[in-house]
Ligand binder design. Structure first.
Ligand SMILES: O=C(O)[C@H](O)[C@@H](O)[C@H](O)[C@H](O)COP(=O)(O)O
Length: 255
């Protein structure tokens, strides 16, 4: 029985096992998951600060992480030494209801955690493409290497703003977004799967973090994830995460 398959990113040849491992943590409900994930992430941040004097964390937005972000805000961390950035953001004003920056300011950046340094991906520019160079420079110079990343996942198997149709109009974007290393740390994205343009970190940036978490809730998302983990021909972005991550992500999930 074949136990490995090959994937190519341009000249890079990735040999990956057929069924990809998952470091799985199952919880009864979102509240107990949020508390456990907040404690684990806070410990990672304290460890990075102890080793290097500072910590950098990239967090996903959307609807799932609200309870986790609020729980993380309450953890004991030396927040002035922490840089927080979104894994991705919608290209909307930071006061817009769909802004991930707005979500993080309302949940995580409260109380003592408000002292953390926040690095937005959104800038007052007409498009993410027009803002890409300054975002690339700031992420590369001030956010990398990351210490912790918490990814969510859509029911279509997207992570960050790396959607299944990435590269449909411009094939090179798929390689930039999903190649495990050696590519630009951020990308401007337009997709049929979301109502607004996006700015997103790429896997090259995401995989700089030694602590990588995948936070999903619901049986449907779990089925999508397991399907991608088991199918070496899957083109879902979450498969590229499982196949390319330097170590299996820690899956925190509840039905
Ligand atoms: O901007 C975003 O939408 C997120 O960063 C994205 O990657 C999110 O993790 C998934 O879309 C899941 O979103 P839900 O939690 O809303 O299902």
């Amino acid at each position: 029985m074949r136990t490995a398959t090959e994937r190519r990113y341009g000249g890079l040849r990735i040999v990956e096992p057929i069924a990809l491992p998952l470091d799985e943590h199952l919880f009864d409900d979102g509240a107990s998951l949020a508390d456990a994930l907040a404690k684990a992430v806070a410990a990672d941040l304290r460890g990075a600060i102890a080793r290097r004097g500072s910590a950098r964390i990239a967090l996903s937005g959307g609807s799932t992480p609200r309870a986790f972000l609020t729980a993380l805000s309450k953890q004991t961390v030396d927040w002035p030494h922490v840089t927080v950035l979104p894994v991705d953001d919608r290209w909307v004003h930071p006061r817009h209801e769909r802004s991930n920056e707005k979500l993080m300011r309302e949940t995580l950046l409260q109380g003592a955690a408000a002292a953390a340094r926040f690095m937005p991906l959104y800038r007052p520019s007409p498009s993410p493409e027009a803002a890409l160079l300054p975002v690339l420079s700031r992420v590369a110079n001030e956010a990398l290497p990351l210490d912790v990343v918490v990814l969510g996942m859509g029911e279509d198997g997207h992570v960050a703003s790396l959607f299944p149709d990435l590269g449909r109009d411009s094939p090179g974007l798929r390689e930039i977004g999903l190649q495990p290393s050696g590519r630009a740390p951020a990308l401007a994205v337009r997709t049929a799967n979301a109502p607004e343009p996006r700015m997103t970190l790429t896997l090259s940036a995401i995989f700089t973090a030694p602590s990588l978490y995948l936070h999903i809730e619901g049986a449907k998302k779990k089925a999508v994830l397991e399907g991608a983990a088991a199918d070496p021909t899957s083109l879902l972005p979450v498969r590229a995460v499982l196949a390319g991550a330097p170590r299996p992500p820690s899956l925190y999930w509840c039905p």
